[in-house]
Design a binder for this molecule. Structure first.
Ligand SMILES: Nc1ncnc2c1ncn2[C@@H]1O[C@H](COP(=O)(O)OP(=O)(O)OP(=O)(O)O)[C@@H](O)[C@H]1O
Ligand SMILES: [Mg+2]
Length: 341
């Protein structure tokens, strides 16, 4: 444990009961998260990437205490959230806020932005009553929205503006950690870049810490200091952002990066891409050995029998693979400059 860690997730498992038949009997379990560990130092942005269904949202929901883990601990600012009663959790809930993909469904359509932002401040008595309006105005300023937005309803705003209100509402609670689950995935590319830049600015100005979940690897690379790559509920590789993208050590990380199209059509045409074969297996029946072996282009016998643990493959980087080795990528299709400032 490092003194500066804000969030420490250790040995996290989340299982959901699988029900079937008329009586909805429990007939199995979906092992959505199977032993995930990561630590986010205060003030850092931590990225979680991986294909659909690998358990990213479930990790986020566990951190937000929306789902109870089956095993493992989640320490926030040194305190184990998993051991707390609902009452003990209350102060921590304010300090960990979330921003989701679709703010439209999470913003009350009958409330103006002003009311949406004032409500948590009032409920949690964060400032005295006469100061609430000024506080709301300040939140709009922080998120790059004109103050006249206090009068607007969500349907009167663009997707990007709604997401700014979603961010302002999270900030209203004065959180330490913000969990962003696909927070920019539904937006147009140019709007995505603006929201990413806003998140980066807010982090600097307010000293925020982020757990950032995303499909778009160039966005994650731009915003995050460290990244964990998940597959079937497990972390396959974790490292600082730059080395992970430049010299991925796990065959799955390489495959994910290779799947991103090259923005230059001439490059793209000449690029040798070996697409990942097959489907992601069901988390209710994971394959034996390394769970990635049925789709891995370099699997050997050992991979079919023994599951590799995360092990060091260099300074501050680890991969769960018997053949892990940091290798430069064949092409440079993902560049940091892609999200222009
Ligand atoms: N409440 C639930 N009950 C049963 N199974 C669930 C539940 N929530 C998630 N799962 C299953 O757990 C696995 C992980 O789901 P999760 O939503 O965490 O993935 P994800 O990585 O966020 O995917 P995506 O990129 O599509 O958002 C999936 O197989 C999913 O079907
Ligand atoms: Mg998800």
């Amino acid at each position: 444990m490092t003194a500066r860690a804000l969030l420490e997730v250790d040995g996290l498992h989340v299982r959901f009961p699988m029900r079937s038949g008329l009586m909805q009997r429990v007939t199995g379990a979906v092992h959505a998260v199977s032993g995930v560990d990561f630590t986010i130092p205060r003030g850092e942005a931590y990225g979680l990437v991986g294909e659909s269904g690998c358990g990213k949202t479930t990790v986020a929901r566990a951190v937000l205490q929306l789902v109870r883990p089956s095993a493992g601990t989640i320490r926030f600012d040194g305190a184990d959230l998993t051991a707390m009663s609902a009452r003990e959790l209350a102060p921590f809930r304010r300090r960990v806020q979330a921003i989701f993909q679709d703010p439209f469904s999470s913003l009350n359509p009958r409330m103006t932005a002003g009311d949406i932002l004032a409500e948590p401040i009032r409920v949690h008595r964060l400032v005295p009553q006469p100061e609430i309006a000024e506080r709301v105005g300040h939140l709009l300023d922080l998120c790059g929205l004109p103050r006249r937005f206090v009068e607007l309803y969500p349907h009167e705003m663009s997707g990007g503006q709604r997401q700014r209100v979603g961010i302002a509402r999270a900030l209203a609670m004065e959180p330490d950690l913000i969990v962003c689950d696909e927070a920019v995935s539904a937006l147009d590319v140019s709007v995505q870049a603006q929201i990413i830049n806003l998140l980066a600015d807010l982090r600097r100005e307010l000293g925020l810490t982020y757990l950032f979940i995303g499909h778009d690897l160039s966005v994650v690379r731009h915003l995050c200091d460290q990244v964990a790559v998940m597959y079937l509920g497990r972390i396959m590789e974790r490292a600082e952002s730059e080395p992970l993208f430049a010299t991925p050590a796990h065959p799955y990380t390489r495959a994910l990066l290779d799947a991103v199209p090259d923005p230059d059509p001439e490059h793209e045409a000449g690029r040798e891409v070996e697409p990942l074969q097959g489907e992601v297996p069901s988390p209710s029946a994971p394959p034996p050995g390394c769970v990635f072996h049925p789709r891995c282009p370099v699997a050997i016998d050992r991979c079919r029998q023994e599951e590799p643990a995360l092990a060091s493959v260099g300074s501050r980087r680890e991969a769960a693979c018997w053949l892990a080795e940091p290798k430069p990528r064949r092409d440079t299709s993902i560049k940091k400059q892609e999200v222009s400032l």
